[in-house]
Design a protein around this ligand. Sequence first.
Ligand code: MG
Length: 157
Amino acid sequence: MRIGFGYDSHRLVEGRPLVLGGVAIPHNRGLSGHSDADALLHAIADAVIGAIGDGDIGRHFPDTDAAYKNISSLDLLRHIKNIADKKGYKIHNVDTTIVLEKPKLAGYVQDMALNIAKVLDVPITCINVKAKTNEGMGFVGRLEGAACFAVCTVEEK
Ligand code: MG
């Protein structure tokens, strides 16, 4: 059994969709970035990469590569899952926390978990998505962005 940790943050800006866990969430601002800026899936991807000891997401998907512009991060996560498969690791479970001041995400976390479970090919009971605010503190509290944390365990096949 091995464990990996991932963190990601993206800036909130006008004129972008807000996508977290592969779910489009109605809001007046969205996360800016080269891909769809899905900070939750990026944190999970880094947790999986960490668990299998294979660097970081930036090494696998350089943001200078036009191929990844506006790409769905579900595709990025699928790619990382395939690398884990090839290296002989089976993903066991993933636990995550999204830190975002607004909007409230409680109504969306189950759909996010379903998307993640599908891509990682694990039972839904092995995926946990938590959402919280930052109590008005720091960059999250100032509505400047979102931060996401994830841990992932894998086992050798
Ligand atoms: Mg990112």
